[in-house]
Structure formats: C-alpha cells, structure tokens
Design a protein around this ligand. Structure first.
Ligand SMILES: Nc1ncnc2c1ncn2[C@@H]1O[C@H](COP(=O)(O)OP(=O)(O)O)[C@@H](O)[C@H]1O
Ligand SMILES: [Mg+2]
Length: 502
C-alpha cells in the first residue's frame, strides 16, 4: 500500500463514528447481499432461499466514508440464514467472508463488479462492489500481508523469511473455483476463503507443516490473514493464504484431457504424480499426528459410509439395485477391525483429484495444491487423521472421470488408458515409499465406493448428464471387490467431477 493508503487505513478521525459499529451497516447492505451472494460460485447453499444475514465482524481496511474519490475497503464476516438447512449446516447458517469495495462513483471498468447502492445506513449513496475485481484494492490486501500486524478484527501474518515485493499488480484468476484467488505479478497467489469455518484451515496448516518438513511438492505459504480473536477452540480462523505462484504450470485435469484427446499415453505422468503423492504423505506422517485405527474406529468409518450409501440410494433411486452389493465393501472394512488388525491413519490431502495437481512447464515436476479437504465436510472431520489410501482412491476416481469425459469418453481405448494410468500411479506411489495401494484391497474398495457414492449424489443433484460416469464405477464396484484396484479404470475427479470445481 502507498504511504497515503496505509495512513488512511489506520487513521480514525475523532468525531467520526467507526463505520463498523454503525448499527444499520448490515441492515442497509442486506437487500444487496440477498441478491448478490446466492449468485456467487462460492456460495454453498444454492437452491435454498436466503432469509437473512447476521454480522459476525466488520473491519474497515480502507475508510469507506471519506470525502475524496479513493475507494474504501470493507471486510465482513456474515452468516447467511437460509430456509430448510441441511443437517451439515452449522446452527444459524453458513459463515461467509465478503470483501467489499466502496466508492462514491466507481470507474466504468468496475461495472461488472457492482453489487449495488445501499438506500440507507452509513454507506448510503455510495456504490458497493466486489473488491477482488478491483486491482487497486487487491494491491492493498497484498500490502497488508507484507506488513504483519493487527487491524480491526483481523490479524495479518507473514513467515519471517518470506520476501514479498511491493506493488505487484493483482488480477483475479479466471477459473471457476470454490474460493476466490488473486494472482500477483505471476509471483504469488492469494486464496481468499469464502465459506468460513472457525479454526485453522488445513490449506494453511498442511502446507506450513510440509514446508517445515522441507517437502517441496507444495507451494509454501508466505503470509496469511486470520481472525484476531480466537474461536471457541482457542484457534484463530484462517481467512486467506498467500503462496508462491507456479507460473506456466498446467493442471493435471487439463493435461489428462489433452492426452486423451490425442490418444497419448499418460503413464509416465501418472507414475511421477504417484511419487509426488507419496512424498507428501510421508512428510505429513512425519510432522503431524498419526494414529492407529482399530476395531471401534474402523466400525465407525464403515458405519458412516453405509449411512451415506443408504441416504444416497434413497435420494437417487438408480443406485438402489446396487446398494446391498456395495455395502459389502463397507462390511469388509469393518471386518479388518474384527480380525484384530489395525490401520495407520495420518493427515492427508482429503480432496485429491487431477484438478488439484500442477505440473511445471520446464521440468514436468508435479506439485499438489488445495489442502482444504472436501468442502462439504465439517472442518473437524477434515482435520482428523485418515488412511492415506483415501487420497489414492480419490485420485484413481479422477482418472476414471477423465477417461469417461470428452467425445470418445468411455470407449474401450480410453478405459484401457484409465487402467494403465491407475496402475502407473499406484506403482509410482509405492516406489516413492508409499504403501502399495494394491496391498490394501479392502480399504481401496471401501474408499473408492464411498467416493463414487458421493459422486452419484453430486451429479444427480447438479449435473445429471454426468451421472453415467460414477454409475459405471458403481456397477464395477458392485460386481466384486476382487479387482477394485486396476480394473476398468476409475479415478477421481472434480476439476470436472462432482463439484465441478478445481
Ligand atoms: N500456487 C499456484 N500456482 C499456480 N496456479 C495455482 C496455484 N494455486 C492455485 N492455482 C490455480 O488456481 C486454481 C484454484 O486453486 P485452488 O487452491 O484449487 O482453489 P479452490 O479451493 O477454489 O479450488 C487451481 O486449479 C490452479 O489453476
Ligand atoms: Mg481446488
């Protein structure tokens, strides 16, 4: 931030009532937000009416009610109240982070960012817009991250050895995603979390742990911002993370589709990706808590999977005929514990698919990104140690998604492509010190089945045209666990898989 901007941000005119404590701040914004928030890609409560908002905190990062023509910047944490919340929604509704620009008359190029003009309250007569579409306000956020310290309800933190140049131009990334990211001069990427759960976000926690462990497969966080006040559990709530940007890299989903389009082999890439995954798993197991899953824990996991299957078969009747057969996969998982065996659990990626991998242009080196875990699951569950094969099973499902999309998707050649790609990935994983997934058939089958069930529900709800993809895997998995790994080619997904996000 320029000197002027930083002075403006911290100065409080004595006779000016702080905007953030104005009682009608939120009520004046509600009509605008009720229309704008549900239309955002990151809004998780689609399909249910937003009945109101409540304000959790507000921080004026730049004054919003000044006389001049400089933009103001307001950070809000709000709860969105909705009709008929599903059981996963926290009491009172999901929390969201909003970054709002405020301007008496924004320049025409900001027209697509405009949210509206409050009819009353402290911002009356000004235009409120999406601050992350304004390069000037994106620049201000980066400046804040360069200078650690507290501001209002927020705390800005930086790794002591991180070098963050000033004045890098910021632009939002174009890809559809579940959060909002800004790229600064091809050097850094700031992910601003949108749906917020109290506590440390694994997308900060795990990459920091991996950086400590000297694992270079994940861009190491340089800075982040969080709530200044700890949550009920005594932890700050992570709100955004700045990481090095990997310029010129391509994501694994696109690379796999490119290979399929020209009928090219992908086994070399898949094997290298298996190496990268195993290296990350090994480092996570070395630095973060691990545990042994014994009979009671395995029973609970199997019961949760069975419950998801039952609920999904109720919601998506085409799954019903396969339910009993699929259930045997979960019974087999519980049986591991009955036999007195146990299984190692550790922190994992939690939402691994081709869209969460990047390959560098120069040396073809794979990195893994986006350690948030499956966004639909509660944070406490996402941060729990789990069998590492869950990530492997998820990646195998992604290969299946890739092989079954595109014009020739699902033809014999692409299914054979998926089978070879799966085998190469598992081989690479084992070569780099991971447990050979093929030596854990019960776990692989259970986790692949659970993932495919999740995909069925997602596709039935959001993209019925894609339902055939997980249903093909369901038929294979129901037909028998004996070749659950390495049969017709299932692999996970979400770059274009359930959730359709990257
Ligand atoms: N360090 C990075 N370098 C280059 N591109 C990145 C980096 N991190 C993320 N991206 C790009 O941003 C996209 C979204 O990032 P991701 O962390 O997966 O966000 P989301 O949680 O919204 O899915 C990725 O698919 C990738 O294209
Ligand atoms: Mg992602």
């Amino acid at each position: 931030m320029s000197d002027t901007a930083s002075t403006r941000a911290t100065r409080n005119t004595p006779d000016r009532r702080p905007l953030v404590s104005a009682p009608d701040l939120l009520s004046s914004l509600v009509p605008l937000l009720a229309d704008w928030v549900p239309r955002q890609r990151w809004f998780a409560g689609k399909g249910r009416l937003v009945t109101g908002f409540s304000l959790l905190s507000a921080t004026e990062l730049l004054p919003c009610t000044g006389d001049g023509t400089a933009p103001g910047l307001l950070q809000l944490l709000v709860r969105a109240q909705q009709s008929a919340p599903p059981s996963r929604t926290p009491a009172g509704g999901d929390r969201y982070q909003l970054l709002l620009g405020v301007h008496p008359a924004p320049p025409p190029q900001l027209a697509p960012a405009v949210i509206g003009r409050p009819g009353g309250g402290p911002l009356r007569g000004r235009t409120v817009y999406d601050a992350l579409l304004d390069s000037r306000l994106c620049g201000l956020l980066l400046e804040r991250l360069r200078v650690p310290g507290r501001l209002g309800a927020l705390r800005f933190c930086r790794e002591p050895d991180a070098v963050i140049p000033s004045g890098l131009p910021g632009r939002p990334i174009a890809v559809e995603q579940s959060n909002s990211s800004i790229v600064y001069g091809d050097s850094f990427i700031l992910k601003v979390f949108r749906r917020i759960e109290p506590g440390i976000n694994p997308d900060l926690e795990l990459p920091r742990a991996l950086a400590d462990a000297k694992c270079a497969r994940v861009p190491a966080p340089a800075a982040w911002f969080e709530s200044a006040a700890p949550d009920e559990g005594g932890e700050p709530t992570t709100l955004g993370v700045l990481q090095p940007f990997l310029p010129g890299s391509a994501d694994g989903w696109q690379l796999a589709l490119n290979a399929l389009a020209v009928r090219a082999d992908f086994t070399g890439s898949a094997r290298a990706l298996g190496h990268a995954t195993a290296e990350v798993h090994t480092a996570l197991a070395q630095t973060l808590p691990t545990t042994e899953l014994r009979r009671p824990q395995l029973e609970v996991i199997a019961a949760q999977m069975t419950e998801r299957l039952t609920a999904t078969a109720r919601a998506v009747p085409v799954l019903q005929p396969y339910r009993a057969r699929l259930r045997t996969a979960f019974d087999a998982l519980a049986a591991i514990g009955h036999d007195g065996r146990s299984w190692a659990a550790q922190r994992i990626h939690g939402d691994l698919h081709l869209g969460q991998t990047l390959r560098s242009a120069d040396e073809g080196r794979w990195s893994l990104i986006d350690f948030e875990g499956e966004p639909a699951r509660p944070l406490a569950e996402r941060r729990r140690p789990q069998p590492a094969v869950r990530d492997v099973a998820a990646m195998l499902r992604s290969f299946d998604y890739a092989a079954r999309s595109g014009p020739a998707g699902g033809d014999p050649w692409s299914l054979e492509w998926a089978r070879r790609t799966r085998d190469a990935y598992c081989l690479g994983y084992a070569e780099a010190g991971g447990l050979d997934p093929r030596s854990a058939p019960e776990l692989m089958r259970a986790y692949e089945t659970d993932k495919a069930v999740y995909e069925v529900l997602y596709e039935a709800r959001h993209r019925p045209d894609w339902l055939a993809v997980p249903m093909a895997a369901i038929r294979r998995l129901a037909a028998g666990g004996e070749r659950a790994v390495g049969s017709d080619g299932a692999g996970p997904s979400r770059a274009a898989g359930p959730d359709g996000r990257g």
